[in-house]
Unconditional design. Structure first.
Length: 319
């Protein structure tokens, strides 16, 4: 099937009055370029059609191939994780520079006619993206960016949960308690997650990305876009399992290094934020790192997230 060309159609329904027929638009968002011998499906993303989707406020009906012989009909709805007024900052040689908000389209939904199915899809302005499809029978497909020379050329759909390189055995509880100064909750007034008037409770999040994280990507803009994709994937899980959604209010990356904290020191990361950053209204602060020499894959304070200890670190990231 290598080299086969199939058309993948997309029908997007704009918000309409109740009872009014849905107007279809956006046909031809995705096109199958090739199907590998392994069964992976490589898709091209039509830039003009993708641009039309940024105005999407209703549901999308997508017929999507997941293998050389299988197509699934998806119904997806757009959602957001970037909070109004969110700050995006790039630290260059210790100086903060305002960064444009990354262009990331987040969609979630299910497969028509398959109870217990679930779909998450994120698309970026350069034609890349990520996501996952779980069929009603439990089979899974992963979606990632298809790239050549660090340049996105579309999407790739693979069967299964995806492959990851071998990592050290570091999963499990810490063998020692990570101590932190006894700082009153008033010094970190994020407090209880805020109630979202549209239903799920809103968890306000700030994200830092160190130099080793940024170096996983072709450029700083791609690193910040990935941070929003990752927040979208987590928010999708939280909405489904906890009736809670993420709102990212602060994103910062350190492409030239010089971070005043380290991915190996959770307490130090927390102490820096408490002493130097505005934490009013923030529930969780998380550091993303590409470091491979940590004693853990991720670490966070186990308790008191609502009382000044809502800090965590993720290492060994792959991008």
């Amino acid at each position: 099937m290598a080299g086969s060309r199939l058309m993948l159609t997309l029908a997007c329904c704009a918000a309409t009055a109740i009872g009014a027929p849905a107007a279809a638009a956006g046909d031809g968002l995705l096109r199958v370029r090739t199907v590998d011998d392994s069964g992976s499906v490589r898709l091209a993303v039509d830039a003009a059609t993708l641009n039309e989707l940024w105005a999407l406020r209703g549901a999308c009906a997508i017929n999507m191939p997941v293998s050389s012989t299988e197509h699934v009909d998806l119904t997806l709805t757009r959602f957001d994780v970037i909070a109004p007024g969110a700050k995006f900052i790039t630290m260059i040689d210790g100086m903060p520079m305002a960064t444009e908000q990354p262009r990331v389209l987040l969609l979630r939904g299910s497969i028509n006619g398959e109870p217990n199915s679930h779909v998450f899809l994120s698309l970026t302005g350069d034609g890349g993206g990520s996501g996952s499809i779980t069929r009603g029978d439990g089979r899974q497909f992963t979606i990632g960016t298809d790239a050549i020379d660090n340049r996105a050329i579309g999407l790739i759909v693979r069967s299964g949960e995806g492959n990851a390189p071998d990592f050290p055995e570091f999963c499990g509880p810490a063998t020692h308690r990570i101590e932190a100064p006894a700082i009153a909750a008033a010094d970190f007034p994020g407090g209880t997650a805020q109630l979202d008037a549209r239903g799920p409770r809103g968890l306000i999040v700030a994200l830092d990305g160190d130099q080793s994280f940024v170096q996983l990507f072709p450029n700083n803009a791609a690193a910040q876009a990935y941070m929003i994709q990752l927040a979208g994937a987590v928010s999708d899980i939280y909405m489904r399992e906890l009736n809670m959604r993420l709102w990212v209010t602060f994103v910062r990356t350190w492409p030239t290094g010089g971070e005043p904290f380290a991915a190996s020191d959770l307490s130090g990361f927390r102490n820096y934020w408490i002493a130097n950053e505005e934490t009013d209204g923030i529930n969780l602060v998380h550091l993303l790192s590409g470091r491979r020499n940590l004693s853990y894959g991720g670490v966070a304070f186990l308790a008191d997230a609502c009382n000044g200890f809502g800090f965590g670190i993720s290492g060994f990231l792959l991008g």
